[in-house]
Design a protein around this ligand. Structure first.
Ligand code: ZN
Length: 331
């Protein structure tokens, strides 16, 4: 795990240094009030895994400007050689009761070469109620110098009794610019498109970066919005959208993003800067009212798609709705 963490997560250190989680642990550290348990909560699993390690470094780092990545504790954590840091689950996706039993026993043994003994318990929200309850007893009367770092994507799945005994730190999604800059720095093609539809979630963005359909998707969306002018065009564009197969949802999300850009064409906030010219042209066709109606249609269709309805029928209907809006609300 250590090597994996080193290779994949060390690049995220700059994002961590700007994170809320980092700022909060520094406050506790400077006040010499490290809590015995923290819950790090985020919908972004890649960030969360990385941040949990940096968080442990923050607790142990001996330098100003922690995590410095160069002092002995930072280096040990980075390379997986810190004997007083344990990361669970070792193999399974979620913690099992047996893991918690081992952790509870181990936590009463004093740290060997650090001030703190740290346990990172990943995906704690996936742990059973029985397992969570087992840890609860230890959190009620924590051994000295032990810090539990629990990570979760759904805080509601963590027992209230655990939450009330831990300090809960939420990490917000990255800003679009921050995510886009990160993707660009790391040579991800289509960084602008990916960051625009990932809602600031690096995990989603990385999944999309492996998707060949990302390339050209904005052009296809613009093609539909521009070229759909009569019912004769429906078959052509319907086939185009259906060719995205399992990525149809992704196509529709991009469409909503492009429509929002059209609505705010003169703002500096638009997502698809490299398509500004086409978006300006579309803003001559689509008014804010039209966009509002189309986005509502797409959203309601999206909900129906979850129930495995006839997708072809839904796409045809959506295109008809766009045509109707275009015709009725002509600018
Ligand atoms: Zn350090």
């Amino acid at each position: 795990m250590a090597k994996v963490w080193y290779n994949t997560c060390v690049e995220l250190i700059d994002l961590y240094r700007n994170s809320d989680i980092h700022k909060k642990i520094l406050l506790d550290k400077h006040a010499d009030m490290i809590n015995h348990a923290y819950i790090l909560s985020s919908a972004d699993s890649i960030l969360l895994d990385a941040y949990a390690g940096f968080f442990a470094q923050d607790i142990c780092c001996e330098c100003v400007g922690s995590p410095c990545m160069t002092c002995l504790p930072c280096q040990k954590i980075l390379h997986g050689n810190m004997v007083d840091l344990s990361i669970y689950p070792k193999t399974e996706k979620s913690l099992v009761v047996e893991d918690i039993s081992n952790i509870v026993v181990d936590s009463y043994i004093r740290p060997m070469d650090s001030k703190y003994k740290i346990y990172i318990l990943k995906n704690f929200d996936l742990c059973t109620v029985q397992g969570q309850n087992k840890l609860l007893k230890t959190l009620e009367e924590p051994p000295q110098n032990v810090v539990f770092i629990l990570t979760c994507s759904n805080e509601d799945m963590v027992l209230m009794t655990i939450r009330s005994r831990a300090k809960v730190l939420h990490e917000h999604a990255l800003s679009k610019k921050c995510l886009s800059d990160y993707l660009q720095t790391h040579g991800i093609v289509n960084a602008e498109t990916i960051s625009s539809i990932s809602d600031g979630n690096l995990t989603t963005a990385m999944a999309l970066s492996h998707n060949r359909n990302v390339s050209g998707i904005v052009d296809d969306v613009i093609g539909v919005l521009m070229g759909l002018n009569s019912s004769r065009d429906i078959l052509k564009y319907s086939s185009k959208i259906l060719s995205y197969k399992k990525d149809i949802g992704f196509f529709l999300e991009t469409m909503v993003s492009v429509l929002r850009d059209i609505a705010i064409v003169n703002s500096a906030e638009i997502n698809f800067i490299s398509h500004k010219k086409e978006i300006e042209e579309l803003s001559q066709i689509y008014s804010a009212r039209m966009i509002d109606k189309i986005v509502k249609n797409i959203t309601s269709m999206f909900n129906k798609m979850d129930f495995n309805c006839n997708v072809t029928g839904l796409i045809d209907q959506m295109l008809l709705d766009i045509l109707e809006v275009k015709f009725l609300c002509k600018k």
